[in-house]
Design a protein around this ligand. Structure first.
Ligand code: DOR
Length: 450
């Protein structure tokens, strides 16, 4: 794509000579930014610019969107807050986050969404949007205000996890799906099956490796099937989050017309029983990390197109909380800062291509959530870039983590591939581990009423 430039153009920023991941493939090319947007892509040598970055030897990716994070504010700020969560995200190469509603109070009313948006705007290291919690109670009211700015969709928990948000019954799920038209994202574990398993499998046991037995593959499959069938009834699509089992992938592969699918980096990287032997409750999350044959099925689904989105499900709890005796220990692990290096390491190990990875964490959120001019490197789009060095080897450590909790399940793990720069709407926010300026804003959605 050759650019014929008018002599008058002066760019705010030019990224020179990077290996740029474009929708049509990877090209060594320049990108010119004006007014926070991508103005030109092409050979811009000799052009006038206020600033430039030499990206030779580096890959320039569309900004990474982590579409599932828990930043705990308000109410659980001993674990994280919006500022520290977004700081960790930007430090790890993430340019936008979608945050979950299981805070305290729950994000289930216009007032609680407004409050979160106000809090986020104070010091935002990334762009951001918030999920609204879907319950039997909020369902009938959604039509009126689900389209307020800053809302990325509605989240339902069919199985209890951290916090009080629960829509366990078909009736409650139906009450959410019968209203509105935004993305409905679902935590699909069947509360009733898990309650029964607690009595028969977990009993009085304190062995964390039982986590993936009582929160069973059957409970996940049951909830996933139920929500897909309810969605069909209302002619709606659903976005099924963090799939962990081979059986669900077989089912979802046949229902792509109704369901989009999310995977987590942890489920692709850690597996049972080794993760529980090595990490104990630090590997405890919902739905659980499972055995290798399930993980193999997740990789297969990732590479055959069944999966639409990859996220971290950053769900921080303090080390003191995690040290409680299982099952009192809370479920969830931090991950927003390690998402990019952990996944680039998988690219270097040949498990997926860089282009597929970009589809999963940038084009996927753009398509599923209907983002406005965000999620790809294209003229007119937000100038969001994650610049990475695919050859940089580094060891992930607890000390690097900006999350308030200060730990990662990948402490001591050596990876190849590292984020070098985080650029949000043309502003350099992280440069070689140095944090510069928080300039985050709410993400815009096509369905939003402004
Ligand atoms: O392990 C988890 N932790 N899974 C969830 O769905 C919620 C999360 C949390 O908020 O701690």
């Amino acid at each position: 794509m050759m650019i014929f430039m008018s002599k008058k153009i002066k760019y705010d920023l030019v990224l020179k000579n990077g290996s740029v991941v474009l929708p049509e493939g990877i090209k060594t090319i320049d990108i010119g930014v004006i007014n926070e947007s991508i103005r030109d892509i092409g050979n811009l040598s000799g052009s006038d610019t206020y600033d430039f970055i030499d990206c030779s030897g580096l890959h320039v990716l569309p900004g990474v969107i982590d579409s599932q994070v828990h930043f705990r504010e308000p109410g659980l700020e001993n674990k994280e807050n919006l500022e520290s969560g977004m700081l960790a995200a930007a430090a790890g190469g993430v340019t936008a986050v979608f945050e979950m509603p299981n805070t305290n109070p729950l994000t289930i009313t216009p007032e609680t969404i407004e409050d979160k948006l106000k809090r986020a705007s104070r010091v935002a290291w990334t762009d951001y949007a918030f999920y609204l919690g879907g319950t039997g109670r909020t369902g009938p009211n959604l039509g009126g205000w689900e389209n307020a700015p800053g809302i990325c969709g509605i989240k339902i928990f069919m199985g209890a996890s951290t916090g009080d948000l629960l829509a366990a019954s078909d009736e409650e799920v139906a009450s959410v799906l019968s209203n509105g038209k935004r993305v409905v994202a679902v935590h699909a574990e069947d509360q009733y099956i898990m309650e029964a398993n607690m009595k028969t499998i977990l009993k009085d046991n304190h062995d964390v490796s039982l986590h993936c037995k009582w929160r069973s593959p059957e409970s996940c499959l049951s909830a996933t099937k139920r929500v897909v069938m309810i969605a069909k009834k209302f002619n709606r699509r659903v976005h099924v989050l963090h799939i962990t089992t081979s059986e669900e992938m077989d089912f979802l592969r046949k229902h792509k017309d109704t369901a989009s699918v999310e995977l987590l980096a942890n489920h692709l990287t850690l597996h049972a029983p080794e993760c529980y032997e090595k990490l104990g409750t630090l590997a405890q999350q919902n739905p659980p990390i499972r055995e290798k044959h399930h993980q193999d099925a997740l990789w297969k689904a990732l590479n055959d197109g069944t999966v639409d989105i990859l996220a971290s499900d950053h769900a921080p709890h303090t080390l003191e909380e995690k040290a409680e005796i299982y099952p009192k220990s809370p479920s969830g692990t931090p991950g927003v800062q390690t998402l990019v290096p952990v996944m680039l390491n998988h690219v270097n190990e040949g498990r997926l291509t860089l282009e597929r990875l970009v589809e999963l964490w940038s084009y996927g959120p753009e398509r599923i959530h209907g983002l406005v001019n965000k999620g790809r490197i294209k003229e007119g789009y937000n100038a969001d870039f994650t610049i990475v060095d695919l050859n940089k080897e580094n060891t992930i450590t607890n000390a690097q983590q900006k999350s308030k909790t200060g730990w990662t399940p990948f402490d001591g793990v050596k990876v190849k591939g590292w984020p070098i720069m985080t650029i949000i709407r043309g502003n350099v926010v992280m440069r070689e581990d140095e944090m510069l300026e928080p300039i985050g804003k709410p993400v815009l959605f096509k369905e939003t009423i402004n």
